[in-house]
Ligand binder design. Structure first.
Ligand code: IPD
Ligand code: CA
Ligand code: CA
Length: 267
């Protein structure tokens, strides 16, 4: 039931985003950062999603990127929403963006949906039940070495401060991997790892709404999530490493060359 509502909301919001591509009127900076954008379309998409969830589950908690979730309730369910992942792409009319919706229950993500309206691709997972692309079971790729790996990453808006050696990690993977991409939507990056299109993804300083659905979709398709040292992964931590499992240790080795230990280096 919750997955069905998440799918319905993601499809509705995704269609709205697609209709408004190239029609952004109000672009603002947020959080005092000079690169972090928000538009009226992010906010309208979030309102659409929240109103659908509230109609069915008025008592549930909501953590939404643009702050539309309101105050905490006594419910043990929390919806985690990115109404438009890929805002910078969107403001340039560049069609790589998606909607990401996850359901967390008693602190564990139990359902996740990522909808890419440009390719009409719906990635879904429920805890323990596998991951699906447009209803078809997905598996991560079988590649076993970095040389055979197509990797993807993203950069935080404060990349000028080079948090956790983000720039050096990019250079190191460029040399070690077959190729590295930077698409501009962390949720799509994770969905593509799950679908076997990428072997791995790493990024620092993401938020729970960027990764909650994607991390579940990766693990449910047979992939692995951890921090940069191979330690336990949390959607609330700053480091996200996702892979098909087979190249995970090789990715950790590359990340550790610079970082040494968790959280070291410039913050
Ligand atoms: C951003 C995208 C991007 C990632 C940034 C995120 P937003 O989300 O996921 O790929 O590199 O760190 O903040 O702001 O477009 O929702
Ligand atoms: Ca995002
Ligand atoms: Ca967003």
């Amino acid at each position: 039931m919750m997955l069905n509502i998440a799918v319905e909301a993601a499809r509705t919001a995704g269609a709205y985003l697609r209709q408004h591509l190239g029609k952004v009127r109000d672009i603002r900076l947020k959080g005092g950062q000079e690169k972090n954008l928000v538009t009226e379309i992010d906010k309208a998409s979030e309102e659409l999603i929240i109103s659908m969830i509230r109609r069915h589950f008025p008592s549930h908690n909501i953590l939404a990127e643009e702050g539309g979730g309101g105050t905490a309730t006594a419910s043990d369910v929390k919806w985690i929403i990115d109404p438009l992942d890929g805002t910078t792409n969107f403001t340039h009319g560049f069609p790589v963006f998606c909607v990401s919706i996850a359901v967390e229950q008693r602190g564990e993500v139990v359902a996740g949906v990522i909808y890419d309206p440009n390719f009409d691709e719906l990635f879904t997972a429920e805890k323990g039940k596998g991951a699906f692309l447009n209803g078809k079971r997905m598996r991560v790729s079988a590649a076993g070495s970095l040389r055979q790996s197509l990797l993807v990453t993203g950069f935080p808006y404060n990349i000028a401060e080079n948090p956790d050696f983000a720039i050096e990690h990019f250079v190191d993977f460029l040399i070690e991997a077959q190729a590295v991409r930077r698409m501009g939507s962390a949720a799509i990056d994770l969905a593509y790892v799950a679908a076997g299109r990428y072997e791995g993804f790493w990024e620092v300083a993401l938020h729970p709404w960027d990764v909650a659905a994607g991390a579940l979709i990766v693990t449910e398709s047979g992939g692995r999530m951890s921090d940069f040292n191979g330690g336990p992964y949390s959607i609330y931590d700053r480091q996200a490493l996702a892979s098909n499992g087979r190249v995970h240790d090789a990715m950790i080795a590359v990340l550790q060359k610079r970082s040494g230990s968790k959280g070291s280096g410039p913050a």
